[in-house]
Ligand binder design. Structure first.
Ligand SMILES: Cc1cc2nc3c(=O)[nH]c(=O)nc-3n(C[C@H](O)[C@H](O)[C@H](O)COP(=O)(O)OP(=O)(O)OC[C@H]3O[C@@H](n4cnc5c(N)ncnc54)[C@H](O)[C@@H]3O)c2cc1C
Length: 395
């Protein structure tokens, strides 16, 4: 049997679901195919932070990366606006809470990092401001007396990852999009149109969006293309439910730490602590296997949380889990059309809980040739074209 659509979206995580919604809104016929189910990947495992400040992972890797990161701050500005109206547009409670985010510093060298970072962000139009430890504790009395400064961005916060993807899919379906679960994409052929084999079915599509997170390179390989994205195993921790104490998103510029309190009362603690990726039968990292937890990550993460918010010392750790996200060869996301194969698009990598709605909105415009020049310009820094040299002999 074969199905004919304007757009086939591969992956029903946040990015795929949001892409389907934007395309369906614009009147396209859309099929979303997922090998498993909605939120089966990172979109169902993540911390739900809406962080628009330049991330610590860029700052800890030298000037060049920090410079690149400040160039994508323009996308963070767009993402702030995209999250603003999302609950209303999707008619859903996503538990979006945006009371501001603090990236804190304890040491003079950390303060220096914050100073440079805040200048970069302000130049890019973010409302971040540098505050001293006393002002930080006035805003966030739960912070440790050891905090000497913070970068405060009033737009930051968090949302519920378990609510966001289903809400996008629901809204897309109401506009006519179809969703197929347990439907792994197994082959991609490009003739006049794309012919894509799902289990037992052929989909004929004008455009394809690869939104398969850490699996995206495997999908690109089906089209004989390289996509330099790598799986990364991370660790998350959650405390028991406690009375409201932390209304903000809290990050640390010198330690791996991000924390927030969910609407249910648990404190979610993460911030980039590793877990150990598992290998599949072919000997390669398999993003479909939950990574093994590393006790040192759990303990280090908890220690960083207590050093920043001492009240956490009295809370019980309820649960730890691991998840897999995707990181590109230059740490920036990859969003846009593959030059070697017009009509084949990708949106993967980076912090795509925060930025995913924006990637999806702009990529949908590219796919449907709607205000395309503007979308091309906004996505230029993260376009796949920067890795085109890898595909010189491919496609
Ligand atoms: C522990 C953790 C914490 C994180 N915290 C944050 C955070 O606080 N803030 C933030 O902004 N980002 C965070 N991230 C990153 C964020 O979760 C991801 O960037 C985002 O969820 C990626 O969404 P996605 O839709 O691109 O991919 P995914 O959610 O990974 O979805 C990919 C989908 O593709 C499907 N798929 C795979 N193979 C096939 C196939 N052959 N055919 C069809 N479908 C297929 C999978 O089943 C899956 O459902 C975190 C990630 C992790 C792991």
């Amino acid at each position: 049997m074969s199905i004919r659509v304007d757009v086939l979206v591969i992956g029903a995580g946040l990015v795929g679901a949001a892409t389907a919604w934007h395309c369906a809104r614009a009147g396209a016929t859309v099929l979303v195919a997922d090998a498993a189910h909605a939120n089966a990947g990172a979109s169902g495992q993540n911390a739900g932070s809406l962080h628009f400040q330049i991330e610590r992972r860029f700052l800890e890797n030298g000037e060049r990366l920090a410079e690149d990161a400040s160039r994508i701050t323009a996308l963070s500005r767009l993402a702030i606006d995209d999250w603003d109206g999302l609950e209303m547009a999707l008619d859903a409670d996503l538990h979006v809470r945006r009371e501001g985010g603090l990236m804190v510093a304890e040491l003079p060298e950390e303060l220096a990092l914050l100073e440079t970072k805040v200048v970069r962000e302000q130049e890019a139009g973010l409302r971040t401001r540098l505050i001293d430890g006393d002002e930080a504790r006035r805003i966030a009395p739960y912070l440790s007396p050891d905090i000497i400064a913070a970068a405060f961005l009033p737009d930051e916060g968090h949302a519920d990852p378990r609510a966001v993807t289903p809400a996008f899919l629901r809204a897309a379906r109401m506009l006519g999009a179809e969703v197929a679960y347990d439907a792994p994409v197994q082959a991609i052929r490009k003739r006049q149109r794309f012919e894509v084999e799902l289990s037992g079915e052929t989909v004929i599509a004008d455009r394809i969006m690869i939104a398969a997170g850490a699996w995206s390179p495997r999908i690109a390989a089906l089209a004989n293309l390289h996509l330099p994205l790598f799986p990364v195993g991370l660790t998350m921790n959650a405390t028991e439910r406690v009375a409201p104490i932390v209304p903000h998103l809290v990050q640390h510029v010198g330690r791996r730490l991000s924390l927030k309190q969910t609407h249910a009362g648990n404190i979610l603690i993460g911030g980039g602590w590793p877990s150990r990726l598992r290998l599949g039968a072919d000997g390669a990292f398999d993003p479909g296997l939950r990574p093994d937890p590393l006790p040192a990550s759990r303990d280090g993460n908890f220690r960083a949380a207590i050093a920043t918010v001492p009240a956490i010392a009295d809370m019980n750790l309820l649960r730890s889990w691991t998840g897999v996200t995707a990181i590109s060869a230059d740490q920036l996301p990859i969003v846009g059309e593959m030059q070697r194969m017009p009509g084949l698009f990708v949106a993967a990598g980076g912090s795509a809980f925060t930025l995913g709605p924006t990637f999806a909105r702009l990529a949908a415009r590219q796919m449907l040739e709607w205000d395309r020049a503007e979308a091309d310009e906004e996505l230029a820094i993260i376009a796949p074209a920067r890795f085109e040299h890898l595909n010189g002999f491919m496609g």
